[in-house]
Design a protein around this ligand. Structure first.
Ligand SMILES: Nc1ncnc2c1ncn2[C@@H]1O[C@H](COP(=O)(O)OP(=O)(O)OP(=O)(O)O)[C@@H](O)[C@H]1O
Ligand SMILES: [Mg+2]
Length: 324
């Protein structure tokens, strides 16, 4: 099967404000050389601690940020270079769902207007819009009779349903879900995850699912990519990565998940990472993770390990991987 999305050497650098007038211009390397292929209909989980570049990667893939370098091939076209009508068409096909349904919905618009807005932008007729709004409300589990209400008249979970409805109204192929349930009550999270899974079936959607909740990612993903300081350090099928993590960073992340079985939980060895995430302005030499790695040796500070496939579909960027 051909990938729907092929990202090559993608970089997004943000210029840092100069402190002194004659200082050299510095850059914050939020995404720094990502390769990724996404296949139609799959869900890729994207994990890693706060500040590692997940959101920036998601937004750059959708061209909400102009990439600094690299290519983004979607449906055979390099999105990094397109503009005008081709870009507008891409915007219809590739969408984002945000974490916070409060911030992303205009409080002065009725639900109907919220869902309709992207349809107007893309030139749908009034009749088509009427039909789509009702249909979409049904498919996200809202009563179409409530379409004249305002966002504040709904609960948090319902608001996320509205925002998901708005996203799928244009029938996109690819959706970046950026922490879509993190702001919600735990009891509501499962409902929204189920809804996303249902919609994926109905509308044949492909998801890039960003989250720091590894249990949620385990539930929803087909494959999982682990990010550290702007790079993907490991990627594999879900089962494989949870059972046989290779990268010490992945091992450490997974060791932080509580296990429901009390006996296993008692024997769980937590690996506490040393220190904080280093600054993406001056990332460490060699392997970026070496400053915090429990396995680091001399070589790790000097040479940068490349992401290489060590078994079918399982790639890791580490000189001394675990469980191999
Ligand atoms: N618009 C921006 N301008 C400048 N720096 C940015 C911008 N957006 C993100 N950054 C920086 O880029 C790095 C990556 O941030 P990003 O938000 O992509 O991380 P994240 O993995 O999504 O984190 P979180 O889990 O907290 O959402 C951080 O150092 C952040 O401060
Ligand atoms: Mg983020």
């Amino acid at each position: 099967m051909e990938p729907i999305l092929k990202v090559k050497n993608l970089k997004k650098y943000f210029p840092v404000k100069k402190k002194k007038l004659f200082e050299r211009r510095k850059y914050l390397k939020a995404v720094d050389g990502v390769d990724l292929e996404v296949y139609p209909g799959e869900t890729i989980g994207l994990v890693g601690e706060s500040g590692c570049g997940k959101t920036t990667l998601g937004r750059t893939i959708l061209k909400l940020y102009q990439p600094t370098e690299g290519s983004i091939i979607f449906d055979g076209k390099d999105i990094a270079k397109i503009r005008g009508k081709v870009l507008k068409d891409f915007r219809r096909q590739a969408q984002i769902i945000f974490q916070d349904p409060y911030a992303s919905l205009n409080p002065r618009m009725k639900v109907k207007q919220i869902i309709e807005e992207p349809l107007i932008v893309h030139g749908y007729s009034r009749d088509e819009r009427e039909k789509i709004v009702d249909e979409i409300m049904e498919s996200v589990g809202l009563n179409p009779e409530h379409k004249f209400r305002y966002p504040h008249e709904f609960s948090g979970g319902q608001r996320q349903r509205i925002s998901i409805g708005r996203t799928i109204a244009l029938r996109p192929k690819l959706i970046v879900c950026d922490e879509p349930v993190s702001a919600l009550d735990v009891s509501i999270q499962a409902q929204i995850i189920n809804l996303l899974e249902e919609l994926q079936d109905t509308y044949k959607l492909t998801y890039i699912f960003i989250s720091h909740d590894l249990s949620v990612v385990r539930h929803i993903s087909d494959r999982v990519a682990v990010m550290y300081l702007g790079r993907i350090v490991e990627i594999a099928d879900k089962k494989e990565i949870y059972e046989k993590p290779h990268h010490p960073y992945t091992v450490a992340l997974l060791s932080a998940i509580p296990i429901p079985d009390p006996e296993k939980e008692r024997n769980r060895k937590r690996i506490i990472l040393k220190g904080d995430l280093p600054s993406p302005i001056n990332p460490p030499s060699g392997c970026r993770f070496h400053t915090r790695c429990y396995k680091a040796k001399e070589r790790c500070a000097k040479e940068e390990p490349k992401l290489v496939e060590v078994s079918s579909g399982h790639s890791v960027a580490c000189f001394y991987p675990e469980n191999t």
